[in-house]
Write a protein that binds this ligand. Structure first.
Ligand SMILES: O=C(O)c1ccc[n+]([C@@H]2O[C@H](COP(=O)([O-])O)[C@@H](O)[C@H]2O)c1
Ligand SMILES: Cc1cc2nc[nH]c2cc1C
Length: 337
């Protein structure tokens, strides 16, 4: 069902030929929503969410029974510039923690009834420092995109993509700055918790990256020059989900930057996604505003790993449970006013 990602053009074509929502399912779900035993609009955004989900699944009365969480991990040459409060060894150590079930995302995926897969991308071969040259070659970008493209379970009915990568709020900030403009300081935040001097250094690093690579309007080229393997893998998975009509819940700042690289590839390229939450990372709200996404949750999380996305699975499941499980006014014998 999915083409093999032979080259970047295959991805570009898949994105421009991507399927849209199913108009019949959308109409059927909207009609059903209007007949359910509640005052019109009383379930607020849950109603829109259920109708959106139904339209992407092509089913006016859908279920969510197979959510998948995928965590991608990558390492970053730019950590040599002292941009994180933690050392890069933590990336591989956290991958072990994911595999042993000890991380926050293991608990959150389990609580949401989701399966969880972890993909570590060449952790012993960090990307190049983007202040000196492109982070990845075209072949490296393609390999990372492919990991995400092939990681999506075709039988999943909901996808959350998350990441682990010490230093990756720096490439995410650089991507946002290259895509959306403004100053490096507008997009740079504290990540794992750098102090004021660390934030100033990180802002300088992002500015240097933009000075060297900025100006390209192509999201995939920005991803290659300024991104990272786990960021590219998330983009690959989000694109695959679109082709498979699997709705996606976005996670935090880094995940949103990955998605943003696809946003200008075709009209409505991210219409199959919702923002799971607004992270505490300074510029996440601005990225979501640029993407036109209203976050479902805002709990002060700044963890990554797919944590905010996994939490939001519960919201979407609840929305769909109401939509598909509630009685209509006629069925329940309730006067519809
Ligand atoms: O998801 C977010 O919004 C988020 C915000 C801040 C930090 N993180 C996580 O922290 C790591 C990156 O932070 P840093 O300071 O090393 O760039 C990486 O593993 C992310 O998963 C994630
Ligand atoms: C311990 C730790 C766990 C993480 N999970 C995602 N990013 C992280 C960064 C650190 C430092």
């Amino acid at each position: 069902m999915l083409p093999e990602l032979k080259d970047l053009n295959t991805l570009r074509e898949a994105l421009s030929n991507a399927p849209g929502p199913d108009g019949n399912a959308l109409q059927g779900a909207a009609e059903r929503n209007g007949q359910l035993t509640k005052p019109p609009g009383a379930l607020g955004r849950l109603e829109d969410l259920a109708i959106w989900y139904a339209s992407w699944r092509g089913d006016a009365r859908p279920q969510i029974s197979a959510p998948q969480v995928i965590v991608f991990a990558g390492n970053h040459g730019v950590t040599a510039q002292g941009v994180s409060a933690f050392p890069p060894e933590v990336t591989v150590q956290m991958v072990m923690n994911f595999e042993h079930g000890g991380a926050a995302i293991n608990q959150l995926a389990k609580a949401a009834g989701a399966t969880m897969n972890v993909h570590a991308l060449d952790l012993d071969r960090p990307t190049a420092d983007f202040t000196a040259g492109p982070a990845m070659s075209e072949e490296e970008l393609l390999e990372a995109l492919r990991v995400g493209w092939t990681a999506v379970d075709h039988n999943a009915d909901l996808l959350v993509v998350g990441e682990m990568g010490i230093g990756n709020t720096t490439p995410a900030a650089a991507i946002a700055c290259a895509l959306f403009g403004g100053d490096a300081a507008d997009w740079t935040g504290r990540g794992t918790g750098v102090d004021d001097a660390g934030l100033a250094n990180k802002t300088r690093v992002v500015a240097e990256g933009i000075a060297l690579h900025g100006g390209s309007g192509d999201g995939l080229e920005i991803l290659r020059r300024l991104g990272g393997r786990e960021i590219a893998a998330m983009a690959g998975a989000i694109a695959a989900a679109r082709a498979l009509r699997i709705p996606v819940i976005l996670d935090g700042f880094i995940c949103s930057a990955a998605a943003a690289c696809l946003a200008n590839k075709s009209e409505g390229a991210l219409d199959h996604t919702v923002a799971g939450h607004q992270s505490a990372e300074g510029a996440h709200a601005a990225v979501l505003a640029k993407l036109g996404k209203e976050p479902l949750l805002s709990l002060g999380l700044r963890l990554g790993e797919g944590s905010g996305g996994a939490l939001a699975i519960n919201i979407l499941k609840s929305a769909v449970a109401c939509h598909s499980g509630m009685a209509t006014f006629a069925e329940a014998g309730v006067s519809d006013g």
